[in-house]
Design a protein around this ligand. Structure first.
Ligand SMILES: Cc1ncc(COP(=O)(O)O)c(C=O)c1O
Length: 382
């Protein structure tokens, strides 16, 4: 099976109940949701509703119908940025964005004439929220922030940023791709107006699941138009949500699996999960720091980061190192820029990239010991 340390890309393995549920849904129910009145179709509707409820429970949110499903967080972010920003609007974002935010903004800048301001962070990925205040202008329409970097791991002060956004009447969107399911998030406590999530990382669901939670009544145009299973006589997209934003047949089987992933997390408790994962993050940092040839980027403190540790090894190109770890030792890590070039500029690794360890709930100290042994052997023998 090997040692999988790429959970920041997608989590693996998934809890068995997730796999069983996807199979059971496809085998025993198999009907689409929102489109039929026979008993199996109603069971699919019920399951979708129950999944929205589990998502609400996780993020301490009350409005079940304000949970919108998308294919992934990239689609959720595209929906929001395309649906809100108009020519002449100004948006503030972080220096740690994934391309799902960054490229979407750059396309809107080029094609729609929006204006982007980036808040600086230090070389550890730490953002001072006060720097955001200075960037706010009359035409600032949105603040969009990564909750934690997928490269350097640094957790952003979203609660404080959200407060600044609130004080200035600017909607605040958070990308929780790296934190949902790994860190406790309370949509109201953390001052989040729109929370975006992806289902296949720490939420332990299947790929092809994600979405967003509207904690605001800001006007947003849909990204897609089409069938919703209801109001079919209308020639335009219905105004009621979630239908307004959920055109086309959803990934119903995937959403069934996502529910089991979230229920697994709720049963364990996010606080306990964070404790376990922090422990492993600290252990990994300690063991990596003992290898002289290793340079770790980012804060060496699990209070400040999520489950991501990026590093390089003297005299090895990142791609060469991960190739050798995989082919010789069956250890899976990722190298490169990880779809987030701006933070590599801050880290000073834009030319060569870095190797990334993405720890997950099912990793153990044993996995890290094996990795360290393999690294030492490669450093010694090539
Ligand atoms: C911070 C962040 N945002 C967005 C994404 C995009 O996720 P998805 O491919 O599931 O849309 C990722 C995934 O790598 C990420 O780490």
């Amino acid at each position: 099976m090997g040692i999988y340390l790429d959970n920041a890309a997608t989590s693996y393995p998934k809890p068995k109940k997730v796999l069983d549920e996807v199979y059971a849904f496809m085998n025993d129910i198999g009907a689409s949701s929102g489109r039929g009145a026979y008993r199996k179709a109603l069971k699919a509707d019920r399951m979708m509703y129950e999944t929205r409820k589990s998502i609400c429970k996780l993020f301490k949110f009350k409005k079940t119908s304000n949970v919108i499903f998308t294919l992934n967080i990239t689609e959720a972010i595209n929906l929001l940025l395309n649906g809100i920003l108009k020519e002449g609007d100004h948006v503030i974002t972080s220096s740690l964005e994934h391309n799902s935010v960054w490229r979407t903004l750059k396309h809107l800048e080029r094609d729609r004439g929006i204006e982007i301001s980036t808040v600086e962070c230090d070389k550890y990925g730490i953002t001072d929220p006060n720097n955001i205040k200075n960037l706010i202008k009359k035409n600032t329409k949105l603040i969009v922030f990564n909750h934690a970097s997928n490269v350097i791991g640094t957790i952003q002060p979203i609660k404080k940023i959200g407060k600044i956004a609130k004080d200035n009447n600017i909607p605040f969107i958070v990308d929780t791709a790296q934190t949902a399911g790994a860190i406790d998030i309370d949509i109201n406590r953390d001052n989040i107006d729109i929370l975006t999530f992806t289902g296949h990382k720490s939420l332990l669901g299947p790929m092809g699941t994600g979405g967003l939670l509207f904690n605001s009544d800001i006007e947003i145009s849909p990204l897609k138009f089409g069938g919703t299973g209801g109001d079919s006589k209308l020639e335009y997209q219905p105004e009621s949500i979630p239908s307004k934003y959920e055109a086309g047949t959803p990934n119903v089987a995937g959403i069934a699996g996502l529910k089991k992933g979230i229920d697994f997390l709720l049963a364990k408790g996010i606080i306990n999960i964070r404790k376990k994962e922090k422990n492993l993050v600290d252990y990994t940092i300690k063991k990596l720091s003992e290898v002289d040839e290793v340079t770790i980027y980012g804060p060496k403190n699990s209070d400040l980061i999520t489950n991501v540790i990026s590093f390089n090894v003297e005299n090895f190109r990142p791609d060469e190192l991960v190739y050798k770890l995989d082919s010789k030792y069956n250890i899976m890590l990722r190298s490169g820029l990880h779809c987030a070039p701006s933070i590599h500029r801050v880290m000073g690794t834009i030319d060569k990239g870095a190797v990334r360890i993405g720890l997950g709930y099912f990793n153990s100290r044993e996995d890290i010991n094996t990795l360290i042994k393999a690294l030492k052997s490669l450093i010694k023998n090539g």
